[in-house]
Design a protein around this ligand. Structure first.
Ligand SMILES: [Zn+2]
Length: 494
């Protein structure tokens, strides 16, 4: 039974019994990062002879049926699919419709065709358009530019998410920053390693523009693919137009700069960021002086000795809900709000047990005693000396800006790690030929401090502990718990 041919532009909502003839441009897996990377769908971009580009999607439960037949660049006939209205968010094509594979969809690879179907199509945007799209989540455009710099954390020994930042000079001359996180970062490095030389032109697909602290970042997504130099026709054009500098590429210095994975920020940037940015989980480094321990909300809470979560006060005992224990053993834990400052402003940072214990080298339970149980429980020390002695010292704080920090009533930044104030040497090296608009970040480099000698050993120690993420989550849970009870008392304890 032969069905009639349709152009993608003529698709209408509903099940399509006509046949489209398309080239598969790219395909990728969409995964749910909140569910341990569970596969949601295999997504792709199709293009037809009229250069109409349409996104396709195969739900996870049907992907095995098609996956092995998906070869990028190949031409297919496609029939028996559903045509649905495109999601208005994270658009990868300008088409108002998308293709969904169903149980009756037929996808047949063609070895030849009489039609001329383009081999590539990209959706480039100007710098101004990218800024306009920033933080809207509406479009995932493509970007191409001359490679100025690769900043990479791949060799940094601190565990956790890796990151590669590419500085690309657009045709207009403006330099933009592309951030590749998670699996995109090591994938970029393997591509770079297997490439014969450092690329001059880099094309990155499906980026999500974000403005953070006034600066435009183009963040990689699951639809992101990286192409070098002549791997695309449009890239080859740009490559051929580059002025020849007459030098041997192999002799020129590498553009790869290894650096810290987390951006340093000034306090004024942090405060501004909270006001302007979308709620999101993002981490920054901030070097600041500890000016005061805030005691209005106390400096500790009564936690479970097993799971460390805040205990519920009963008449004459403590209950731990997570442990399902009505007679829980209490243990004092730190929850300290630190007033900090740098030359740009002041802020309040919230530190939890693990990080504060590292600073004091004294457990909260050793610094004070819990007097009484249940509703009458109090702590016998207003502010332990090990805490007040921290005032006046300068540290580099790694901060996790969560949704919680973006509400008007909670202007605190949760600390995920504390380091001795560090000399950010790799960034200094980088500063020599950095673009002007990046200087703001680089000025954050901490002046030399007495703690400098301790830097290396401390970072190494942190890398073996590798507890940053867990601590952050734990901290958040406790923070919400602790915030519920606002009764104020002398030698306050939660
Ligand atoms: Zn417990």
């Amino acid at each position: 039974m032969a069905s009639s041919y349709t152009l993608l532009a003529n698709l209408r909502a509903g099940r399509c019994s006509n046949t489209a003839e398309v080239r598969l441009l790219r395909s990728w897996e969409a995964r749910n990062i909140n569910k341990g990377g569970e596969l949601i769908s295999v997504d792709m971009l199709f293009i037809d002879e009229n250069s109409t580009m349409v996104q396709g999607s195969i739900p996870a439960l049907r992907q095995l049926q098609f996956k092995n037949r998906l070869a990028e660049g190949s031409i297919y006939t496609l029939t028996g699919f559903d045509v649905v209205r495109s999601n208005p968010m994270f658009r990868l094509s300008d088409s108002t419709f998308s293709i969904h594979f169903n149980e009756g969809t037929e996808l047949e690879k063609l070895s030849t065709t009489v039609r001329t179907i383009p081999t590539e199509l990209f959706r480039f945007r100007t710098y101004d358009q990218l800024r306009e799209l920033a933080n809207t989540g509406k479009q995932l455009p493509d970007i191409m530019g001359e490679l100025c710099q690769i900043r990479s954390t791949i060799t940094d020994r601190i565990p956790g998410a890796q990151r590669v930042m590419l500085s690309l000079r657009l045709e207009s001359g403006t330099v933009v920053c592309v951030s590749l996180f998670d699996s995109l970062a090591p994938a970029f490095h393997s591509k770079l390693d297997s490439y014969v030389r450092e690329p001059k032109i880099v094309l990155v697909t499906g980026v999500n523009p974000k403005i953070v602290a006034g600066k435009l970042y183009l963040n990689g997504t699951s639809a992101t693919r990286v192409f070098f130099d002549s791997e695309t026709a449009v890239g080859k054009d740009a490559f051929d137009r580059l002025p020849s500098d007459g030098t041997d590429q192999s002799a020129s210095s590498s553009k790869v700069v290894h650096t810290q994975k987390i951006e340093p920020m000034k306090i004024s940037d942090l405060n501004q960021f909270v006001i302007t940015a979308d709620p999101q989980v993002v981490e920054f480094l901030c070097t600041a002086k500890l000016t005061e321990i805030q005691v209005a909300e106390g400096w500790c809470y009564i936690g479970c000795s097993v799971c460390s979560k805040k205990l519920i006060r009963e008449e004459t005992s403590f209950t731990c809900a997570p442990c399902n224990e009505t007679n829980a053993v209490a243990q004092l834990r730190y929850r300290v709000i630190l007033s900090v400052s740098d030359e740009t402003g002041i802020a309040a940072f919230l530190g939890f047990d693990t990080e504060i214990t590292k600073l004091t080298n004294v457990l909260a339970a050793e610094a004070a005693q819990i007097v009484g149980v249940g509703l009458n429980a109090q702590v016998d020390t207003d502010l332990p000396r090990v805490l007040s002695e921290l005032v006046g010292k300068t540290y580099t704080f790694q901060l996790k800006l969560k949704d919680f920090n973006f509400t008007a009533h909670h202007q605190t930044f949760t600390i995920s790690r504390i380091f001795p104030a560090r000399d950010l040497a790799p960034l200094l090296t980088f500063a020599e030929n950095v673009e002007v608009h990046e200087q703001a970040h680089l000025q954050n480099v901490a002046p030399g401090t007495d703690d400098r000698a301790a830097i290396t050993s401390d970072v190494a120690e942190v890398s073996t502990a590798g507890d940053g993420t867990l601590t952050g989550r734990e901290a958040e849970a406790n923070e919400h718990d602790a915030a519920e009870d606002n009764a104020s008392k002398k030698a306050r304890v939660e």
